[in-house]
Design a protein around this ligand. Structure first.
Ligand code: ADP
Length: 281
């Protein structure tokens, strides 16, 4: 009800019985920080936690940054924030007259995460949905991002209340769905797809993480969780399979050591190039 406006002083918020039909829908989008411009915003979503959503968010951001774009990551996964750790950023965020200042990764990607604001990053964030959603809105409104070409949003997992509010609060230009082959791929991907469609947000494509493991000796790929399922769903939905990322222990070690930007593989490059072309045509 608070998202509607009405000139009728007797309004009780119940539009179904309102004869005057003065109610007009109002945008739920949070206003962007007034000292910032963000050209494109891409949400990265998954049906559940632990499938590599943060890895894909970070990987796409690094590829965009390497392509020369001013890039940012908004970590909206408030209860499971892993972006600062993978980029080796742990200083507390500062603020000035323009707003909260985002952290900057060693290679120049701007980052904001609840972990940069908490005194004790090991303390669990035991906030209810509306508070979490409020924090995400604040990341958009109160953080002085500056000039950004591409912002990637590491969305909360699932298709429930919290991710839904994030979808409604940020002006997403598109979403990328991350899945892994051992998920109930079809169901989870379709739920995420339908949520985006309901909100008129374009689905840019699907990334399959933990697709296979490569033998370090012979180079052969082993599809230990099976293969082809994600491709079938992507075809059914008419969206591209943007990338298939292997289980890569070297990359996991870099992430654990906060040096993700040092990875030299090209797993995310093609997907980033596709997204760039798609959003700028
Ligand atoms: P989510 O954001 O979906 O919860 P994360 O991206 O945080 O998942 O990944 C969960 C864990 O799995 C992290 O420790 C990450 O380093 C590891 N991981 C994810 N994808 C891969 C991969 N392709 N190869 C190796 N480790 C991975």
């Amino acid at each position: 009800m608070e998202d509607r406006k009405c000139n009728d002083t007797s309004c009780n918020g119940d539009c179904s019985n309102c004869a005057s039909a003065k109610h007009e829908p109002q945008s739920m989008l949070a206003p962007l920080n007034e000292y910032s411009t963000v050209k494109k915003v891409i949400g990265v979503v998954s049906g559940k936690g632990g499938v590599g959503k943060s890895l894909v968010t970070g990987g796409l951001a690094v590829s965009m940054s390497r392509a020369g774009y001013k890039t940012a990551v908004l970590d909206a996964d408030i209860t499971g924030p892993s972006i600062p750790k993978m980029f080796g950023v742990n200083a507390r965020a500062m603020q000035d007259a323009t707003g909260i200042l985002p952290a900057t990764s060693p290679d120049g990607i701007k980052l904001m995460s609840v972990n940069l604001l908490l005194e004790d990053i090991e303390a669990p964030v035991v906030w209810r949905g509306p508070v979490i959603a409020g924090a995400v809105k604040q990341f958009w409104t109160d953080v002085a991002w500056g000039e950004i070409d591409y912002m990637f949003v590491d969305c909360p997992p699932g298709t429930g209340d919290v991710p839904l509010t994030v979808f409604q609060s940020l002006p997403l230009d598109g979403i990328v769905i991350v899945t892994s082959p051992q998920d109930l791929v079809s169901l989870i991907v379709k739920k995420a797809y339908n949520m985006a469609k309901m909100m008129n947000i374009p689905v840019l494509g699907i990334v399959e993480n933990m697709s296979y493991i490569k033998c370090p000796d012979c180079g052969k790929e082993f599809h230990i969780f099976g293969s082809g399922k994600t491709e079938t769903v992507a075809d059914e939905l008419g969206v591209p399979l943007l990338a298939r990322i292997p289980i890569d222990t070297d990359m996991a070690t870099l992430i654990d050591n906060g040096m993700f930007e040092k990875h030299q593989n090209d797993y995310f490059k093609e997907a980033a190039t596709y997204i760039d072309a798609k959003l700028n045509k």
